[in-house]
Design a protein around this ligand. Structure first.
Ligand SMILES: [Zn+2]
Ligand SMILES: [Zn+2]
Length: 194
């Protein structure tokens, strides 16, 4: 498969843009009562269940709360779909083939948001959780659960840096203190019994 330079430029530009889109969406729709659905499901429900400290993690027997971490399924086609006319318009304006690279960047950013955010609240000693990059992002998000109007990016904190909402990420809970680890062990135990 051959990737053209314009598609790669489109990918990079839209990945960076996604950081700002995420920030605006998080700040103004998910933490401010403009539209009741995102405000209720995020600011009230997600932040109401997952707070800072040990309640940042999903505990044993709380499987019903799994759905309070991920976005509803229809959010992805809605968010990505809204960008289709915008990208086609920019592509026409610039006379550059950026559409597929740009859409790939938005799709990947969305996937990263969902996956990383899930791993943050439901730790299971995945290889990714042991990387320095994830550790930093996890602490960054933990601080957001402490101070709701700071650290609004989950994937790429570029917009937090530009808009001055970045606060030091230093409060990552140590692995042994994590209920997620206990959850993993508790689930592994019944299988180990004869
Ligand atoms: Zn969260
Ligand atoms: Zn939030």
């Amino acid at each position: 498969m051959i990737f053209h330079a314009t598609e790669i430029s489109g990918f990079i530009a839209l990945f960076l843009y996604a950081s700002f889109f995420e920030w605006v969406l998080h700040r103004f729709l998910m933490h401010q009562l403009v539209w009741s659905y995102p405000f209720k499901s995020h600011a009230l429900v997600h932040h109401g269940i997952f707070r800072s400290g040990p309640t940042y993690f999903l505990s044993q027997g709380e499987d019903l709360k799994l759905g309070k971490i991920r976005f509803a399924w229809w959010n992805a086609p809605l968010i990505l779909g809204l960008h289709i006319p915008l990208l086609l318009w920019i592509q026409r304006l610039l006379h550059m083939n950026i559409f597929f690279g740009g859409m790939a960047a938005l799709g990947l950013y969305y996937f990263f948001y969902e996956y990383l955010h899930f791993c943050m609240h439901v730790p299971k000693e995945r290889w990714i959780e042991k990387t320095a990059w994830f550790s930093w992002l996890d602490s960054h998000h933990h601080m957001h659960h402490k101070r709701h109007f700071n650290n609004l990016n989950v994937v790429l904190p570029l917009a937090d840096l530009v808009f001055g909402t970045l606060i030091p990420a230093r409060d990552r809970l140590a692995v042994p203190e994590r209920p997620g680890k206990a959850l993993t062990l508790a689930r592994a135990l019944p299988q180990a019994r004869p």
